[in-house]
Design a protein around this ligand. Structure first.
Ligand code: FE
Length: 174
């Protein structure tokens, strides 16, 4: 019989994890040198998938932009968290600038227009986007959307094209 009084702080958890629990994701090169891991989403705009959580409907990714100007105008029905890794950006609708090292919370109901200012050669931001991003005109008319499933599809298509295989995306899906 196991002596449950005989342990110290370095004794690991002794029981199996729940059978239905998903596998962890560990990505040492979250900012990869391998260009193939950057999935193009527009000209000079890429994302690096980290966790494509289809079971809860959100995605974690690094957005990389190598151009100045307007990226998109979009509405968030659900919250977004962002951590700026490099460069800076702002929204036409707010008077603050997200700077390298800074954190941003975008509450549900936000509609904003993302701009990378002149002089920023590269911007990288780690984003958690929940649910859906709706691309809109200035009056909120929906022109298109992205969700975890469109992200997965983009990854599959890209990874196939660069020779990693469509299945390469599976490691990021939970
Ligand atoms: Fe946004």
């Amino acid at each position: 019989m196991v002596d449950k009084t005989n342990y110290d702080e370095r004794t690991p958890y002794q029981l199996p994890f729940p059978k239905e629990a998903q596998q962890e994701i560990v990505i040492p090169d979250a900012i990869p040198d391998d260009e193939r891991l950057w999935v193009p989403q527009a000209e000079n705009v890429w994302f690096r998938p980290l966790c494509l959580n289809r079971s809860q409907g959100y995605w974690m990714n690094i957005l990389r932009v190598r151009k100045s100007g307007v990226l998109s105008r979009h509405r968030h029905p659900q919250p977004v968290h962002g951590f700026v890794l490099k460069g800076r950006w702002h929204y036409l609708e707010h008077d603050w600038t997200a700077e390298e090292g800074g954190y941003v919370y975008e509450p549900p109901g936000e509609t904003h227009t993302l701009v990378v200012p002149e002089g920023v050669e590269e911007m990288m931001t780690y984003f958690q986007v929940n649910g859906v991003m709706c691309y809109v005109d200035p009056w909120g008319e929906v022109l298109g959307y992205e969700d975890v499933f469109t992200k997965i599809d983009l990854c599959k298509k890209h990874f196939e094209e660069v020779g990693l295989g469509a299945d390469f995306v599976d490691q990021f899906i939970r």
